[in-house]
Design a protein around this ligand. Structure first.
Ligand code: 3ON
Ligand code: FE
Length: 515
């Protein structure tokens, strides 16, 4: 009898569904104010702006969108100065946002299944893309850019967050050309005499897919752009860099365009995960072909794309990559299966327990033998890995991530995790049961960590000497906090907790600039 009872009692969860759901309400108001409700003290050395992007509109005039990744991009800017902080949020005035807000209804299909009302007939053969500018935000070359991986960036005014329009990166992008939402800043590019450069990519999916790599100088001028083919359909959200390579995980998926064309599913929902197939890892050399590698100590380096195969499940995000002798090491969050949203279902009803957790794995690619070794680094459900900007593409010690409160199973992100890859030590700062975290942005202690506003490759202190900035949704008070943690020790009380006057819907990615 006791056993029977035990089997019917649901497991104790670290969250409650109703509380979690409220973090997906739209934030329709646009604010601008000095934050005055603060616990703790904002460090005076913390000077600059945390920009964050994410879906802010989860319904259009009451019509629910089908998946959060379909929500219109809303930017938050939290500016720190002299121990004070100012908050501002503003929607990106994309063509689709402006039209739908004026019409008061959904006018576009979303990639992740949002449909116009009227059933499949109203949606069939409408293959227009709504560039929703909702995934990341980057300050580079004097421009603030809201990124969405399937189309060109939107440029914003950094002071007011006013939308200035689509930006073709000074003629680099053609109209509608994709520019991914996961740029890396190489803090000391070997090809550019040690100057920082921005590296990003774009994917043109098809029967054979094209990966294009872009590198820009600190003024925003294009340095290098080259394209490479990879067989089969490619859905690649993120990548990683080392001094010599850009690394892509081509997830094992197939794309069936029919339900998309005939109006019953979004393009993203027409992608099927193929667990029986391996992941293809594509290494694209960053070095110009004209450059000689003869003198390089690593003889296995290549000037042509290299392909590896492994079993990696589905990967959205990479933490970092680096070169280690004849090996390329890459750390990535892997899912056993692609978490897909079924047509007709509501993401607010997500059964977390039924989904595979994202876990951090390390892959070692041997350039000589082509063997791939993989090791689990963190089994706790995690997402949104972040590393010290000086360590981008370099061997590193610490990774910071959003994580589940419980050590096992899939669950909402309610904690910030710090992993010491050298000692295996881990720390967890949890806000369960009523708190929900976002990506932790690591800001190295200022001002020595930045030169001319760009991350420097030299570490001024320890690799964890800095702060973690994260937005926490507090379901008990239905508002969000900006939390500043001391990255050296997550077991300490937060340095400061800044209470906003409202909530901020769960976001995607952000960046810090010392401006
Ligand atoms: O043919 C298709 C054309 C197309 C436009 C291929 C396609 C599906 C690749 C595509 C577009 C893809 C897009 C627009 C992808 C956008 C992704 C996005 C906005 C977000 C991804 C987020 C990933 C994760 C892992 C988020 C995790 C969130 C939590 C843990 C909860 O807060
Ligand atoms: Fe992402």
């Amino acid at each position: 009898q006791l056993n029977e009872r035990a089997a019917t009692v649901p497991p104790v969860l670290s969250y409650d569904r109703e509380g979690w759901q409220k973090g997906y309400n739209s934030l329709k108001e646009e604010y601008s104010y000095w934050i005055d409700d603060i616990e703790g003290t904002i460090p005076t050395e913390l000077h600059g702006t945390l920009f964050r992007n994410g879906p802010g509109m989860l319904d259009v005039n009451g019509q629910l969108i089908h998946h959060p990744f379909d929500g219109d991009g809303m930017i938050c800017a939290i500016a720190f100065d002299e121990g004070r902080a100012h908050f501002r949020n503003r929607f990106v005035r994309t063509e689709g946002y402006v039209a739908e807000q004026a019409a008061g209804r959904i006018l576009y299909r979303g990639v992740f299944g949002t449909q116009k009302s009227g059933g499949w007939l109203a949606n069939a053969f409408d293959v227009r893309l709504k560039n929703i500018a909702n995934t990341n935000i980057l300050y580079w070359g004097g421009k603030l850019l809201a990124l969405w991986e399937a189309a060109e960036p939107h440029r914003l005014d950094p002071a007011t967050l006013e939308t200035l329009g689509l930006d073709d990166l000074d003629g680099v992008l053609q109209s509608g050309e994709a520019f991914a939402a996961h740029p890396w800043i190489d803090p000391a590019c070997e090809q550019d005499g040690g100057a920082p450069c921005l590296v990003n990519f774009s994917i043109k999916p098809g029967l054979s897919s094209t990966i294009t790599l872009f590198e820009f100088d600190p003024g925003g001028k294009l340095l290098r752009k080259h394209s490479h083919a990879t067989p089969g359909f490619a859905f690649i959200h993120d990548f990683a860099i080392t001094p010599n390579y850009a690394i892509f995980f081509q997830n094992p998926v197939s794309f069936n365009p029919l339900p998309f064309l005939f109006g019953s599913r979004g393009a993203g929902e027409s992608i099927a995960f193929k667990p029986e197939k391996p992941t293809r890892i594509v290494l694209i050399p960053r070095k110009d072909k004209g450059l000689s590698l003869k003198d390089h100590p690593n003889s296995a380096l290549s000037l042509e794309p290299l392909f590896f195969e492994t079993n990696a499940g589905f990967v959205f995000h990479h933490a970092n990559a680096f070169e280690d002798g004849n090996e390329i090491v890459i750390d990535s969050v892997c899912y056993g299966t692609l978490p897909s949203v079924e047509a007709g279902s509501d993401f607010r009803q997500t059964d977390f327990e039924a989904l595979a957790p994202g876990q951090l794995w390390r892959f070692r690619l041997n350039l000589e033998t082509k063997a791939v070794q993989r090791d689990l680094l963190e089994s706790r459900c995690c997402e949104f890995p972040y590393v010290h900007p000086a360590k981008a593409g370099r061997s590193y010690r610490y990774v910071f991530m959003g994580a589940a409160h419980a050590p096992e199973g899939n669950a909402p992100l309610q904690a910030i995790a710090k992993l010491d890859l050298e000692t295996g030590d881990r720390q967890l700062w949890s806000v369960a049961p009523q708190g929900y975290v976002s990506e932790p942005v690591f800001v190295p202690r200022l001002p020595s960590a930045f030169k001319d506003g760009l991350p420097s490759a030299e570490l001024a202190g320890a690799e964890d000497d800095g702060w973690l900035l994260t937005l926490v949704y507090d379901a008990a008070h239905e508002r969000s906090d900006v939390v500043i943690l001391d990255a050296r020790d997550l077991h300490r009380e937060p340095v400061a907790r800044l209470h906003l006057k409202h909530h901020v819907p769960y976001g995607l990615h952000g960046s810090f600039t010392p401006h």
